[in-house]
Design a protein around this ligand. Structure first.
Ligand SMILES: Cc1cc2nc3c(=O)[nH]c(=O)nc-3n(C[C@H](O)[C@H](O)[C@H](O)COP(=O)(O)O)c2cc1C
Length: 308
């Protein structure tokens, strides 16, 4: 297996329901081959009254993550510092020395309850969480993932003094507003402004693609941007997930994902739901597009197996 060395550190983005443990495990080789050095795990909620039990933490159980060169960073979503501290301690007990705060989730249900990107509306709560995170995890071991704003690309700029007061591992910026959700232009100029304002390392996120075969990173709408930027790390989500569907061994990898999911989940429906969710990322590939109408209506794991 050839592995590329990037001029930047490459991290897999957290996608809830997609880049889960079975995914990170089944597609570990493609991740390695493309040069990823780690992944941020999808968010785990920390709310008053919820104890971080084994089931809440099961996505973090070690697999390939025993690999010393591979870093898994658990992520928390919260608006309550005491509850977040409890979860961060559970992360530490499970052997993690790094953690990330989700301050970017754009879904209205989350945002309107002032969690995820909604934290941008309550700077005091945001700061309380950052302070608690840095205290619990220690200097340089806590990071925050944000967007440029909720409705305007200027909002993050005005929050920078808060982030700058703390020694973060990094600030990951998805260069969109929350109202944009996952579509529309990334605001590269605003990202650069954040970069110039930040005392912490800034990691770029949003629409980064890996060039086929060479795995060079680029942003289609700003092809030269990554090389030009003064950044150490880049986070990639959807375009990596899409690229797996283009591989000649996609079917075998999918079978491995299926087997790991069968072992983890109970019953056909949750397993099929997971497979179908992944396949929605592969519909640009003619083979998967052709199969999709029958896969979409498959009802049992056995049926699904015969279709792929
Ligand atoms: C289905 C889905 C689930 C996501 N779940 C999370 C999450 O748990 N935590 C998080 O910080 N971001 C989450 N994101 C955002 C991604 O991490 C990333 O910021 C976004 O997809 C943009 O990067 P990309 O263009 O490389 O995919 C999610 C995105 C999608 C589409």
């Amino acid at each position: 297996m050839m592995t590329v060395k990037h001029s930047h550190n490459l991290y897999l983005a957290p996608l809830r329901g997609v880049t889960i443990r079975a995914f990170r495990d089944a597609f570990y080789e493609p991740l390695q081959e493309a040069g990823f050095i780690g992944a941020f795990a999808p968010f785990i909620p920390a709310n008053p009254g919820i104890r971080p039990n084994a089931s809440l933490l099961k996505d973090l159980l070690p697999h390939n993550e025993n690999d010393k060169n591979w870093q898994l960073v658990p992520q928390v979503i919260s608006k309550d510092a005491p509850s977040m501290r409890v979860l961060l301690r559970a992360f530490k007990d499970a052997g993690f020395s790094r953690a990330d705060l989700n301050a970017g989730c754009p879904f209205p249900m989350i945002r309107k309850r002032l969690r995820g990107s909604g934290l941008m509306k309550t700077p005091d709560v945001l700061e309380e969480l950052i302070n608690a995170g840095c205290e619990e995890m220690g200097e340089g071991n806590f990071s925050v993932k944000v967007r440029l704003g909720i409705s305007s690309t200027d909002e993050l700029c005005s929050l920078m003094p808060i982030f700058n007061r703390y020694p973060l591992a990094c600030l990951t910026v998805h260069a969109r507003t929350a109202l944009q959700m996952y579509e529309g232009d990334v605001h590269f100029d605003k990202f650069e402004e954040i970069l110039s304002l930040s005392k912490n390392e800034v990691m770029y996120n949003g629409d980064v693609q890996l060039e086929k075969d060479t795995f060079r990173t680029f942003i289609p709408s700003h092809p030269e941007a990554i090389e030009k930027m003064n950044i150490k790390s880049v986070m990639i989500g959807r375009n990596f997930i899409r690229s797996i569907g283009e591989r000649h061994d996609a079917k075998d990898l999918l079978k491995r994902y299926l087997e790991l999911s069968i072992a983890e989940l109970n019953g056909d429906n949750p397993v099929l739901g997971r497979m179908k969710e992944l396949l929605t990322y592969w519909l640009h590939v003619p083979k998967w597009k052709r199969l999709w109408p029958v896969i979409k209506i498959s009802r049992t794991i056995e049926e699904f197996k015969t279709l792929i």
